[in-house]
Write a protein that binds this ligand. Structure first.
Ligand code: KG4
Ligand code: ZN
Length: 337
């Protein structure tokens, strides 16, 4: 079975083909980072217009490179949410319409479930059940995963997501977008202990997160210092990264303990952070994560999630649906789950 995946939920046009037994056979990602750079964040209308121009040519290019035709596809998966509505609409309408014309199933994929499922391609594979930490630009959540489609949210961010905190703090430090990789890059020349920031909500019971105060703490520090030297900027970046990593580590340890589990799966853009990946090795248990290129948004995760869902049950109905907000707990359980 061959499934085409289309990701257009934010600022990446991601196209990939997943084939049973072969894995990802073709893939393309076009990043709009330069388009949005001058605005310091993603402008939904611009994102949408760019997806319109890129999606179909990228699908054709990916098929050509695999020596495949549209008629070789058995299903088309598209990101249905959560994400930016004008951007989601492009992949959803194109994917659903193509599937209809080809008389093959379309699969409306939940973006965060796709981030999670692609981590299951890790080698060795994590066995179910496990706890997952999903950390992206829009979401931070701890989820108990019993089976594909059976998710229980154990805790989530009450305000900014972890990736959002990286992006906003990078802006404060005069760094580029997306902020996570920029902060991680300059933090490598920082000295630990020069600055220190709070580990929000770790002294209270529970598994929720709150990162907006952390950004304000950095802002207060930056204001107090005035013009920053490169070394000060690096020291602040490292202290900030350390605070986020420490907070995520403490909550993951707590979640594993409270669920009586020993397996943790990390997924989403922030799971690309090397400091976070190293720190999680200290957990009493096994940690699994996708390869670096599969952590941030891509078409492969949508193709794979669509493939897994299609193997378990039928595709979605003929309605073109997008959901800007969509709880992972409300995904329809996969048929065989
Ligand atoms: O999953 P993703 O590609 O898109 C969303 O679904 O939001 O995540 C993007 C987020 C951005 O906030 C970006 O700054 C962050 O992931 N990110 C990182 C790193 N790479 C990407 N954060 C920290 N360290 C990184 N190496
Ligand atoms: Zn994402």
């Amino acid at each position: 079975m061959r499934v085409l995946g289309i990701e257009t939920s934010c600022d990446e046009t991601g196209i990939a083909i997943y084939e049973t037994g072969q894995g990802i056979v073709g893939e393309h990602i076009y990043s709009q980072v330069e388009l949005h750079a001058i605005y310091g964040g993603v402008v939904p209308e611009l994102a949408s217009r760019d997806h319109i121009q890129k999606t179909l040519p990228l699908i054709n290019q990916t098929l050509d490179e695999c020596s495949l035709a549209l008629s070789d596809l058995d299903g088309i998966a598209y990101t249905s949410g959560p994400g930016l509505t004008p951007a989601l609409m492009v992949g959803a309408s194109l994917g659903r319409s193509l599937a209809w014309a080809l008389e093959i199933p379309a699969i409306a994929v939940h973006h965060m479930e796709a981030h999670l499922l692609i981590a299951l391609l890790a080698s060795p594979q994590p066995r179910l059940p496990f706890v997952a930490l999903l950390v992206s630009g829009g979401h931070t959540m701890l989820v108990r995963v019993n089976a594909i489609g059976q998710y229980k949210v154990l805790g989530e961010s009450l305000d900014d997501a972890a990736g959002e905190a990286f992006d906003k703090t990078a802006k404060l430090l005069g760094l580029g977008y997306p902020g996570g990789p920029e902060i991680a890059r300059i933090a490598t020349t920082g000295n630990l202990g020069v600055f220190s920031f709070p580990r929000p909500m770790t002294d209270k019971p529970g598994l929720n997160f709150s990162f907006s105060g952390l950004k304000t703490a950095v802002q207060t520090q930056v204001k107090a210092l005035g013009a920053l030297s490169d070394q000060q900027r690096a020291d602040i970046a490292l202290a900030f990264e350390d605070a986020i990593v420490d907070t995520l580590y403490i909550k993951c340890r707590r979640a594993l303990e409270s669920e009586g589990m020993s397996r943790l799966v990390l997924a989403g853009g922030v799971a690309a952070n090397q400091r976070l990946r190293r720190r999680m090795q200290e957990l009493d248990g096994d940690t699994f994560y996708p390869s670096l290129s599969l952590c941030t948004d891509n078409g492969a995760m949508i193709a794979y999630a669509g493939h897994e869902r299609l193997q378990l049950g039928p595709g979605s109905n003929l309605v073109i649906t997008t959901q800007a907000r969509w709880s992972i707990e409300q995904i329809e359980p996969a048929a065989a789950a």
